[in-house]
Ligand binder design. Structure first.
Ligand SMILES: Cc1cc2nc3c(=O)[nH]c(=O)nc-3n(C[C@H](O)[C@H](O)[C@H](O)COP(=O)(O)O)c2cc1C
Length: 204
């Protein structure tokens, strides 16, 4: 018998959780627009071949106009060390604040892109080119192709694999930034052999 069959409706809201939280980098040097960062939680993976992601951005955001014009941006993953900066970039506008300078972040060129900056302090970043903009209502959905991904050298192990745990990535859960420290399983662990579980440290 089901453990809990009693639910209460809270209405049709965007309750999906947890979601990622990233700093999106953009700039328009031609128009004299300095590198800017906007924090985005409404982002997701939408296709693997070609690799594509989505971000939803309100029209009134300063960054919206920049990305619409240049057609490119970076998504900078949030490690715990830059979670305060990530919050700051989500409450201040690039219209009147140089967020890179205010948070001591360093803009660096993003491979594959012409002008959108990446954040040197991020553990990894995705270089993205906009393919389509879909007006949905409060937000416009930007569908973009990932043209390159760069991971900070310090996260590569000697064997060349990436130590993602060392990145200490942050998730966003109902208005709070969360560390994700406990490993509960890995892809396919529900059907893995005892030997595989032991090898990955999930069985004594
Ligand atoms: C945790 C967090 C998540 C956010 N996610 C989004 C988002 O997905 N889309 C959006 O349009 N704004 C989002 N915002 C709000 C913008 O980041 C914020 O309005 C920012 O100041 C806009 O910067 P800009 O004016 O320099 O573009 C988020 C803010 C925070 C703090």
């Amino acid at each position: 018998m089901a453990k809990n069959v009693n639910f209460r409706s809270i209405g049709p809201t965007t309750y999906l959780s947890p979601v990622p939280v990233v700093m999106l980098g953009c700039a328009d040097p031609e128009a004299g627009v300095r590198p800017n960062l906007i924090t985005v939680a409404w982002t997701g993976v939408v296709c693997s071949k070609p690799p594509m992601i989505s971000v939803s951005i309100r029209k009134e955001r300063y960054s919206h106009g920049i990305i619409s014009k240049t057609g490119e941006f970076t998504l900078n993953l949030t490690g715990q060390a830059i979670s305060r900066a990530t919050d700051f970039c989500g409450v201040k506008s690039g219209r009147d604040t140089d967020k890179f300078a205010a948070m001591g972040l360093t803009p660096i060129p993003a491979p594959g892109l012409d002008c959108a900056p990446a954040v040197a302090e991020a553990p990894a970043f995705l270089s993205c080119k906009v393919q389509q903009i879909i007006e949905l209502g409060s937000h416009d959905l930007f569908l973009a192709q990932v043209v390159d991904v760069n991971v900070a050298e310090e996260y590569f192990t000697e064997s060349g694999s990436i130590d993602e745990e060392a990145m200490q990535l942050v998730g966003y859960v109902h208005g709070k930034y969360r560390a994700m420290s406990d490993v509960l399983g890995f892809f396919g662990y529900s059907v893995a052999s005892d030997e595989a579980l032991r090898r990955r440290g999930l069985k004594g």
